[in-house]
Design a protein around this ligand. Structure first.
Ligand SMILES: Cc1ncc(COP(=O)(O)O)c(C=O)c1O
Length: 481
């Protein structure tokens, strides 16, 4: 590497560090809304960087809405930066998650039964997955290595699978040891173990709102309380609000789906992740992240989890969204809690099917997984596109629909005067259409006009007709009202 390239690289990360410092000054109030930010020249002199790096720092702040550029005057702190204000204490009261109400139970019951148009799940049609290949691998391996089935299950998982997971993690910024990985029965078991290893009943956990309903119910079952932090206009969690909670020691843990969030479909940008991770570390908040959709991201690069920015983050993931929904192989990595996680796993489910682990390990080792992922992402992007267009076409004006960066689902917000989504859910259910109603994604009524749609089951005339029917019920309720 030449001196010049080295210089360029170090300047490349320098602008981020400087931008972070300025953001902190804005958060702490040292730089008030509307106040003038240092000029390009001053920044360059103060921080001993080039004018280009200084300008890039200011442009980054502008892109992230911390700053505005005024022609011929320079850069200023954004006026009334609403999303930056720390929330009033009253809105921060931790809440108990209510037990399953009748409709959540109906919804969950529907998940386990047949349904004519399957818009309620967050996974896809069998044709999307390499199930034949996995089936073949299981048959071959079960035959040639009967010990995979015949021996009792010991330890934290099948070594070659853990090694493959650790190898792949380097590609998304995580240098983790295979010894610090525990294989679980799906990602859900991984998250449950991580919560149990790090929290005590009564603790308060920050979650993103809307929050995947299984996580809310899990928190309820573990007697944990939640503070729900809503998404900002960018479609991901309001970062100043979240880190404000950390700074005020209002939460003990942060449970996050920061890559391809379920249900909003967005990933938190790297710089914000780095900031959140640092704030969590400084304030002793445990990060537990659910990265199950990370590999489905449509973009050129797979997004990094928060673990890439803090060795303390506990990373949970699995293969239910990429290899086979029925295979039930997940994993959890922690640099600090392995012993506790392993002992909890032992008394929860003892072990995880080794033959399934071996088949996935072979898929990852042979390179077949990457080729499969490229196809899966292409299909999902296409299906999401068609469904999103149909929602925009058929639903009444005022309806809003998310723009996912990966995964399977869309989040739809009907106009506020439209029918309650509980009523829509029942009508749809009677017609054989499954949707995930918005209210199960919160502890209160804030999403009673929203619902989540699954685009994973292909785009065809029946699915389009179901969307048109949902839209018609919504339209009728507006006309009648
Ligand atoms: C965000 C999220 N995490 C975890 C899961 C479940 O993972 P697993 O089936 O591996 O337990 C789901 C399933 O929809 C999900 O949406």
């Amino acid at each position: 590497m030449t001196d010049e390239t080295r210089e360029q690289e170090s300047q490349g990360s320098r602008y981020r560090q400087i931008a972070e410092q300025i953001k902190q000054a804005i958060h702490s109030g040292s730089l008030a809304p509307d106040s003038r930010l240092p000029s390009v020249r001053t920044l360059a002199t103060q921080y001993n960087v080039s004018m280009t790096t200084a300008l890039k720092t200011l442009r980054t702040l502008e892109d992230e809405r911390y700053a505005v550029a005024r022609p011929k005057s320079g850069f200023f702190v954004a006026p009334q930066p609403l999303e930056m204000k720390l929330p009033a204490a009253a809105s921060e009261q931790p809440r108990e998650v209510a037990p399953l109400d009748e409709q959540t139970e109906l919804h969950l019951a529907m998940l386990g039964s047949d349904c004519r148009v399957r818009l309620d799940l967050a996974n896809g049609d069998i044709s999307l997955y390499p199930v034949k290949k996995i089936g073949l691998l299981m048959r071959q391996m079960g035959y040639s290595k009967p010990a995979l089935l015949g021996n009792t299950v010991k330890g934290t998982g099948y070594g070659p699978l853990k090694a493959e997971i650790a190898r792949r993690a380097v590609e998304y910024g995580c240098n983790i040891s295979a010894d610090d990985i525990l294989i679980t029965n799906g990602c859900i078991e991984a998250i449950s173990l991580a919560l149990r290893a790090t929290t005590r009943p009564g603790d308060i956990v920050a979650v993103e709102s809307p929050c995947y309903f299984v996580l809310l119910q899990m928190l309820h079952n573990l007697n944990l309380r939640v503070i729900e932090v809503e998404a900002g206009p960018e479609g991901y969690v309001n970062v100043p609000k979240l880190t404000g909670l950390f700074q005020r020691k209002a939460v003990q843990a942060y449970l996050t789906i920061n890559n391809i969030n379920n249900p909003l479909g967005k990933s938190i940008p790297n710089e914000q992740k780095a900031y959140i991770a640092r704030q969590a570390d400084e304030n002793d908040v445990v990060i537990i992240e659910d990265d199950i959709f990370g590999d489905t991201a449509f973009g050129e690069r797979r997004p990094f989890p928060m673990r890439a920015f803090s060795p303390n983050a506990i990373l949970c993931s699995g293969f239910s969204k990429t290899v086979a929904p029925g295979i039930r192989i997940g994993w959890v990595h922690s640099a600090n809690y392995m012993r506790k996680l392993a002992s909890l796993k032992y008394t929860t489910s003892m072990g995880t099917s080794v033959l399934s682990q071996a088949a996935i390990a072979e898929l990852l080792r042979s390179g077949g997984y990457d080729a499969h992922l490229r196809k899966l992402r292409r299909e999902l992007k296409n299906q999401i596109h068609h469904m999103r267009q149909a929602v925009l076409r058929y639903f009444p004006p005022g309806t809003r629909v998310s723009e996912p960066e990966g995964g399977y689902v869309l989040w739809v917000e009907m106009p506020p005067q439209a029918l309650n989504v509980r009523a829509l859910f029942l009508k749809a259910r009677n017609a054989g259409i499954g949707i995930a109603p918005g209210h199960i994604f919160a502890t209160d009524h804030r999403y009673d006009h929203c619902f989540r749609l699954n685009a994973g089951f292909g785009w065809n005339a029946e699915v389009e007709e179901a969307i048109r029917q949902l839209a018609q019920w919504c339209q009728l309720s507006l006309t009648a009202g």
